[in-house]
Design a binder for this molecule. Structure first.
Ligand code: ZN
Ligand code: ZN
Ligand code: ZN
Length: 358
């Protein structure tokens, strides 16, 4: 906070609060704010009816429940006092921020991620262990997919998505965050919403799924999994097989490029160049990856223009894709962690093109 000239942090919705305190605010209209002054103890301002959810820890923060007829904005403004330079949760609702700005007209504002982002993006050993546990659980679901234990042909994408979600929970996740199932031409839409389309024989199916898993070491704060595998429901065309080969090599090249000191944009380029060289450059329409931790998507961003140097403890996805509109789409995604020596891939399920006869 001193480095960034911040007099007080105001943490509301988003992952900074649970990362720091173990308590996650409910995403509802009644404000929850952890006020962290640089020169005084922290106070958690929380709706009275949600206070029983908080595990109080006097060593971390004082608890200040507010009653239904109290004004939480005035309460927070009182705790801020004459401090001027404030940093507020990136995910704070505009409703609360606008009210706080009206109550604190002399304050200047910046994003809390300026302070907490650099701390959150480098994972410690406990966090890496939690990410590895979540990845292993997601890999168990991928293995079931490859083994044909999750029937595809004749079922709707939505049905398969529901089953993947159920299996993520069975494998140890506490929450399913998403289970994209995109078949045939739908797979050309990277963030396709699984729908009523019935999966047919002989087509590519992109399955991208992840959840949040709590472990003993990380307590209340859960860590995320996120993996993508693309299978085919019958022998693929020569074109699809060739396209998959390009993608698999590009994904492996980007993983192999990960080591401390290399820039995020260089990892993106390692995935992008072989895809472009094969003539599919315009069909790889998104960045190569995103950081992962307590949030599914967080810094560092593996994208062109990001010159941030990889440090040991950076955990992120490597997920190039090739999307041919109206035809098919392919994506392969692993979570990796940068180590002192190089890279540790957390997802180790099959990377080759698997034909699922189910
Ligand atoms: Zn995505
Ligand atoms: Zn994903
Ligand atoms: Zn991802």
């Amino acid at each position: 906070m001193a480095e960034h000239g911040v007099d007080a942090l105001l943490l509301s919705l988003g992952a900074d609060l649970p990362w720091l305190s173990g308590y996650e605010a409910m995403p509802l209209e009644r404000p929850t704010v952890l006020v962290v002054p640089s020169d005084a103890e922290a106070t958690l301002v929380v709706p009275r009816l949600e206070a029983p959810r908080v595990e109080p820890d006097a060593a971390l923060f004082a608890l200040r429940p507010w009653d239904e007829l109290e004004d939480p904005v005035a309460l927070v403004a009182g705790l801020v006092g004459t401090r001027r330079s404030l940093a507020v949760s990136d995910r704070c609702w505009a409703q609360l921020l606008l009210d706080l700005q009206a109550a604190l007209p002399a304050a200047s504002w910046q994003r809390a991620s300026a302070v907490i982002g650099p701390l959150r993006e480098v994972k410690d050993a406990h966090e890496i262990a939690a990410l590895a546990s979540a990845a292993a659980a997601a890999d168990a679901v991928a293995a079931a997919l490859f083994a044909g234990e999750i029937p595809l042909i004749g079922r709707s994408e939505a049905e398969v998505s529901t089953e993947i979600g159920r299996r993520l929970i069975e494998a140890g996740h506490d929450r399913v965050n998403f289970a994209i199932v995109a078949s045939g031409p739908n797979a050309a839409s990277p963030h396709h919403e699984p729908g009523e389309r019935r999966i047919q024989a002989g087509e590519a199916v992109v399955c991208d799924f992840g959840g949040t898993m709590r472990t003993e070491q990380t307590g209340a704060a859960g860590y995320c999994s996120d993996t993508t595998r693309t299978v085919v429901t019958g022998p693929p065309s020569a074109e699809l097989r060739a396209c998959y080969g390009v993608l698999q090599a590009a994904q492996a090249a980007a993983v192999a490029a990960v080591r401390p000191g290399v820039s995020c944009e260089a990892i993106d380029a390692a995935a992008r160049e072989p895809i472009a060289a094969a003539g599919f450059g315009e069909y790889f329409v998104h960045r190569t990856g995103h950081g992962i931790g307590i949030e599914e998507h967080e810094a560092p961003w593996i994208v062109g223009g990001n010159t941030t140097a990889i440090r040991p403890g950076h955990a992120f996805s490597v997920e190039p894709g090739i999307y041919l509109p109206g035809r098919f789409g392919l994506r392969i995604e692993d979570i990796v962690v940068a180590t002192e020596q190089g890279v540790r891939p957390l997802n180790t399920s099959e990377h080759g093109l698997v034909v699922v006869q189910a």
